[in-house]
Design a protein around this ligand. Structure first.
Ligand code: ASP
Length: 427
């Protein structure tokens, strides 16, 4: 029998999961059954992916940087990475603002729906606000300060400090270039084979992906709130989705075509396993191992580039998140009958860009940081309750945009420094 490609198996897993969820909620006790017996397998799958993220960053970044042999290459690549990531994010926020001002979804919210949402989701919204405020404490340079770990074991012990691990791996890779090659060799060799082991582990984990996504989708459907809520927030959801779809299917493919002259449809097909996983896990961090795998092996980006550009991208480059934050902020303002001035909207471009950089690569992190965007623009933070019910499905799609952006930027950078080859093999 012909081998079914992984991405098709994942799609099949997702579809069956949705069907299972729809059927099971018809039975009494179905939701509880899914929570108790199906959801844990989805969580195990996400845990396995996250488990591998830190070892992967460490191994591949130390190896990737030491392979560069020369530090000036690193700074050239670093500068391009920062410029490109910023450009795509600012574009995404501006696109979001354009669409939300055009569609005006907030005007469609009735007084009654608003009050009902504020009552139903008020408590959860307050929790997110508290979370955001505790992150906001500290001076303007706190963000930079937080990148430098004071203890590497502590930094590697939690997935929320990935930037610290990236910092350490870069630092170590640079030091390895600076010592005589003969002295560096044992350490480089170690990280080289460590990297191979980690890649093998990812291969093994991915064999379970179709089952993992089945469980995740089944749990999502079984636990989702009623259909009426989706209807009430339909216009807002469609506004966010239209923006995200433009990014994923128009903006990135155009960039790929313009900068690399590759076939954009082919490109989307090559990265599809990462996109599907982003969709089902809602986490760029959990998707990172597969993002690296597909960009390297299916798109053909050299490991020197993927090991540097992708882990940084997964943590700081979140175009989908920034677009969503812009739309959500203006939507809430509209729903509260506020008219935002041009100045306030320009402010949103800046804060949503920064807030998306500061968002962790985990489910619903974008909503936590949205609190900061709202605060800066003078929009009532309690408005978070309005968008709570529909956040998860939007999170799934914005994570796809985040991951697609990372793949796009790494491909463009690889092309610009002559590190884009023909694909090696398919996942
Ligand atoms: N879930 C998103 C990610 O991991 C972050 C967010 O927008 O909530 O990329």
């Amino acid at each position: 029998m012909k081998k079914i490609p992984l991405y098709l198996k994942i799609i099949l897993g997702m579809l069956l999961g949705v069907i299972f969820g729809v059927v099971v909620i018809q039975f009494s006790g179905g939701v509880q059954f899914t929570k108790d017996w199906i959801k844990p397998f989805g969580n195990i799958f996400i845990n396995l992916l996250k488990l591998i993220a830190i070892p992967l960053i460490l191994a591949s970044l130390v190896k990737g940087v030491s392979d560069l042999k020369d530090i000036s290459k690193l700074s050239r690549m670093g500068l391009r990475t920062v410029i490109f990531y910023l450009f795509t994010t600012v574009f995404a926020v501006s696109l979001g603002l354009g669409i939300v001002n055009l569609v005006k979804p907030g005007k469609a919210i009735s007084e009654e729906t608003r009050t009902q949402m504020l009552q139903t989701y008020g408590v959860q919204a307050t929790e997110k606000q508290t979370e955001a405020h505790s992150q906001k404490e500290g001076g303007p340079l706190k963000f930079v300060e937080d990148i430098v770990p004071d203890n590497i074991f502590k930094a590697t012990s939690t997935n929320s400090t990935m930037l610290q691990v990236i910092f350490f791996a870069l630092f170590m890779g640079i030091a390895l270039i600076m010592i005589p090659p003969g002295r560096a060799k044992p350490v480089v060799d170690f990280f080289d084979s460590f990297n191979d082991v980690v890649l093998k582990m990812i291969d093994i984990i991915m064999k379970g992906a179709p089952y993992g996504v089945f469980a995740l989708m089944a749990a999502l459907v079984a636990e989702s709130p009623g259909f009426e809520i989706f209807m009430a927030l339909g216009k807002y959801a469609i506004t966010v989705l239209v923006g995200l779809i433009i990014l994923i299917f128009l903006f990135y493919p155009t960039i790929i075509y313009l900068f690399t002259r590759r076939n954009p449809i082919q490109f989307l097909k090559q990265i599809s396993p990462a996109q599907l996983l982003a969709f089902s896990t809602s986490s760029s961090a959990a998707t990172l191992p597969v993002t690296m795998d597909v960009t390297e092996n299916r798109v053909g980006v050299d490991n020197e580039v993927t090991s540097f550009v992708l882990p940084i991208g997964a943590t700081v480059n979140m175009d989908g998140t920034s677009l969503y934050q812009a739309v959500a902020a203006v939507f809430i303002a509209q729903a509260f009958g506020m008219d935002l001035s041009l100045g306030a909207q320009l402010g949103i471009i800046a804060t949503a860009t920064l807030a998306s950089i500061g968002s962790a690569a985990v489910p619903s992190a974008g909503m936590v940081m949205l609190v900061i965007v709202l605060g800066q623009a003078g929009i009532p933070e309690a408005g978070l309750a309005l968008i709570f019910a529909i956040d998860r499905p939007l999170d799934m799609v914005r994570t796809v945009a985040n991951v697609t952006s990372d793949c796009t930027v790494s491909t463009v950078i690889a092309k610009s420094i002559g590190k884009l080859d023909d694909p090696k093999h398919s996942l």
